[in-house]
Design a binder for this molecule. Structure first.
Ligand code: GDP
Ligand code: MG
Length: 266
């Protein structure tokens, strides 16, 4: 038995109590269960199986892209927008490249700190703790926990490189890939990866020179390309509308990603 499993081991009665507390939206219980899931503890998995019946239909949105493209800033804006719509919002910042992330995650928290006093916003970083293959499953389970806790919009932030990240992002119903002007080669590389699973492409930092070129390049390739300046909030209402439209079409006729399905317009 590992040290972490000793620390987090629950008695059967505790498990039931945790299930009830999660369903009541208790934030400490939700955090505890997500920690169990990060460690892939049997208790956590058992709890999720008891929560599935409590699941409500949350909107699960993946925001993916290279570090520095503005994902956290965008999510901060989305949280504000969905709170205005009266939705309870959960954010899972999923981190794959563990060792270098302390600072980045701290940065995310700072960027999203306006929401930390809002009881209807839950922000949580998730790390791998060496369970690379299990991260997508842990994320999927964490989404179930948040849904059971009454969160209506769940935003997943993940870095856009490699298969692990694609697995994580596949947990979401609607995936937005975020690019920033001037990435050039990176955008080409993304076309073979994350842009393929995206339903919406966001060209963020629309205020920077080069945004037009990036937009033109991507519009040839995927019709649902939005120009956003997360720093000022410009384009956020259009982003919220595009997400809603994708979810509506997905409910009607199933999901489709950019290259094959021509974005949310099909
Ligand atoms: N010029 C400009 N900078 C932005 C914009 N959005 C975010 N940034 C900046 O880009 C940097 C990275 O943002 P962050 O949200 O942490 O990116 P992440 O790593 O993708 O989560 C920060 O310094 C932000 O202030 C934008 O719309 N325009
Ligand atoms: Mg970030």
């Amino acid at each position: 038995m590992t040290v972490s499993s000793l620390q987090t081991r629950n008695k059967p009665g505790d498990t039931l109590k945790l299930v009830e507390r999660v369903k009541a939206g208790n934030v400490r219980a939700i955090s505890r269960v997500i920690t169990l899931l990060e460690n892939r503890e049997a208790d956590g998995i058992a709890i999720v199986s008891r929560l599935v019946s409590a699941k409500r239909d949350a909107m699960v949105i993946g925001i993916t892209g290279y570090p520095g493209t503005g994902k956290s800033t965008l999510i901060d804006r989305l949280v504000t927008a969905y709170r205005r719509l009266g939705k309870k919002v959960g954010v899972l910042a999923v981190d794959i490249s563990s060792p270098v992330t302390g600072g980045a995650l701290l940065g995310d928290r700072v960027r999203m700190q306006d929401h930390t006093l809002d009881h209807d916003v839950y922000i949580r970083s998730m790390a791998t703790r060496g369970h690379h293959g299990g991260l997508a499953q842990a994320t999927r389970d964490a989404v179930s926990v948040l849904e059971a806790g009454g969160y209506e919009v769940i935003l997943i932030e993940t870095i856009g490189t490699g298969q692990n990240e694609v697995d994580v992002v596949n947990v979401a119903h609607t995936v937005a890939a975020v690019v920033a002007p001037g990435l050039g080669d990176e955008v080409q590389a993304m076309k073979a990866g994350l842009l393929e699973v995206a339903h919406i492409i966001v060209v963020n930092k629309g205020d920077l020179a080069g945004a037009d070129t990036t937009l033109r390049d991507l519009r040839d390739w995927c019709p649902t390309v939005l120009r956003i300046t997360a720093a000022t909030g410009e384009g956020i209402p259009e982003f919220v509308a595009a997400i809603a439209e994708h979810q509506r079409l997905r409910d009607l006729r199933g999901s489709s990603a950019c290259p094959t399905g021509k974005g949310i317009g099909f």
